[in-house]
Write a protein that binds this ligand. Structure first.
Ligand code: ZN
Length: 164
């Protein structure tokens, strides 16, 4: 997801109070092109659902991946994972992180309904977003060297084995 589109949506959703109290906001965009052809196949089969809501199954998957591949160190309590039909077909997933003064960090992971019927796509997309979450406080290129290093670490641990 492009950062600009996320920023646009975020500013529409913010109340004036939130804008005033905002101290920082990190927006992470993602491209998971590897899954695109699979997602296109899913679309061809009509496997697209219409939804934009927090999904407990997605959160459970997030927690499982967190335990298995991130030693359970990624945040959980302030994380919500959504199916989102507004994400473009070429982006597939995105993470939106907000931090307001005096309030806990809030992390929203959106997964496109475009890949809802493709379990492999969803798993790979979640891992991609979770790496962004792990590196969220580092001043680094979004998909740069540190990101790639972390993806390789996951691959070596077999994190993507069920998905390819
Ligand atoms: Zn990304």
């Amino acid at each position: 997801m492009s950062a600009m589109s996320l920023a646009g949506r975020g500013s529409r959703n913010q109340t004036p109070r939130e804008n005033k109290r905002k101290v920082s906001r990190a927006i992470v965009g993602c491209l998971v092109k590897r899954c695109l052809f699979l997602a296109l196949a899913v679309l061809a089969l009509g496997g697209v659902a219409s939804a934009q809501q927090a999904d407990p199954t997605l959160l459970t998957q997030y927690k499982q991946l967190n335990r298995r591949y991130f030693s359970g160190k990624l945040p959980i309590a302030n994380v919500s994972v959504f199916w989102d039909e507004t994400i473009s077909k070429s982006d597939l997933a995105g993470t939106w992180i907000t931090k307001f003064e005096g309030e806990p960090e809030n992390i929203r992971v959106s997964v496109s309904t475009f890949i809802q019927e493709c379990g492999s796509c969803v798993g790979a997309a979640l891992l991609h977003e979770m790496v962004h979450i792990k590196l969220r406080n580092r001043k680094i290129d979004m998909h740069g060297k540190e990101f790639q290093k972390e993806m390789v670490r996951l691959a070596k641990k077999g994190a993507f084995a069920p998905y390819w």
